[in-house]
Write a protein that binds this ligand. Structure first.
Ligand SMILES: C[S@@+](CC[C@H](N)C(=O)[O-])C[C@H]1O[C@@H](n2cnc3c(N)ncnc32)[C@H](O)[C@@H]1O
Length: 330
């Protein structure tokens, strides 16, 4: 982050006015809330990294949301660290680094997952999908779903869904830049509530084929809740829609890694790796896109993101809902 300019930090925290002041050798950075409701209202520090950390931990206070604990690691921010992104605090870096000391491949797997999401969105867009729901969307990380989809369809519509106030604040500032992109606060364990939310229905046509994306989120749900959510989204999907899933699996993963991840997340999240056959069952009744359910770096073909070790596995697949079932879609 040290190389970030004030301008870049300003772009990420539009609720604050941010500037640098002082004389050479005595520089300080100031962030002042544009609204008196913001807490903290003003931050002054000699270090731009620290300014960003404090703005990040301020979260979505402007909307009365619970600020995310800055003393607890956080799923989205740890993932940002593994992706070599910028949106993480010292507590996230420390927890995420502890995992990397034991399993350095976790960062590669995270990058492979993010790259899979882009490939899958591109694949769907190429096949005529023009609207997407990104469930558990995480902090913005380019290319974001609407950026990839719009390479194919310039007016593609996307709804980003998450429950983390910091994720939502960043997504609203950076992603929801026109009326065809929305950011919706929701728990994906309540599909009915989400799918009826006017913020979603104003962007997504419930009768048109849709890309339903569940990337690297289902392993944070208890098994029965994940099964129920997937079933509800699959049921809702209009014909021609695609279900895209990537998820941590217990099949072939070192069980100690799952313990290390749970230790790192602490009370902030629970981790539930699923067996490969349980994950495959989420696609029941749909037509899997080739090559089927595979390691995340191998969809649809082996990529540069292939990790050196296979102690950590995320499985990935995409499948289409159609009236006439075929064995494979080419
Ligand atoms: C590891 S990130 C994945 C980001 C993105 N989908 C990707 O694959 O690059 C997981 C995200 O899921 C969100 N999440 C976890 N449980 C959730 C829930 N029950 N409802 C909504 N979002 C949830 C977290 O807040 C986090 O932003």
């Amino acid at each position: 982050m040290a190389s970030d300019s004030v301008k870049e930090v300003q772009a990420r925290f539009p609720a604050y006015q941010i500037w640098q002041e002082g004389t050479p050798g005595r520089i300080r950075y100031v962030a002042r809330g544009r609204s008196l409701r913001l807490s903290p209202h003003a931050i002054v520090t000699a270090d731009l990294d620290e300014l960003q950390d404090r703005l990040l931990s301020a979260g979505d206070c402007s909307e009365g949301a619970d600020p995310v604990a800055a003393d607890q690691p956080n799923v989205a921010r740890m993932y940002s660290f593994w992706l070599r992104g910028k949106d993480h605090l010292a507590v996230d870096r420390s927890a995420a680094s502890k995992v990397l000391e034991l399993y350095p491949e976790v960062a590669d797997i995270a990058c492979a997952n993010r790259a899979f999401l882009a490939r899958a969105v591109h694949h769907l867009a190429d096949r005529g999908i023009t609207q997407f729901i990104d469930l558990g969307s995480g902090l913005p990380a380019s290319p974001n779903v609407h950026e990839t989809a719009r390479l194919v369809t310039p007016d593609a519509r996307v709804v980003y869904v998450d429950w983390d106030p910091v994720v939502l604040a960043h997504a609203r500032a950076l992603l929801a830049t026109d009326d065809k992109v929305a950011v919706v606060a929701s728990d994906i364990r309540d599909p009915q509530g989400l799918l009826a939310d006017p913020a979603l229905t104003s962007v997504i046509d419930s009768t048109a084929p849709t890309g339903v994306l569940l990337a690297s989120v289902l392993h944070f749900l208890a098994p029965a809740e994940a099964d129920a959510s997937v079933a509800a989204f699959r049921e809702w999907m209009p014909p021609g829609s695609y279900l895209v899933i990537s998820v941590g699996t217990t099949t072939g993963t070192d069980p100690d890694l799952i313990c290390a991840l749970q230790d790192a997340y602490g009370d902030s999240a629970s981790v539930h790796g699923r067996a490969a056959d349980e994950i495959a069952a989420w696609f029941d009744g749909l037509t899997l896109v080739r090559p089927g359910l595979v390691d995340v770096w191998a969809w649809p073909t082996v990529t540069l993101h292939r990790p050196i070790s296979s102690r950590a596995r995320i499985l990935a697949g995409a499948a289409r809902k159609q009236a006439n079932r075929l064995a494979w879609e080419l």
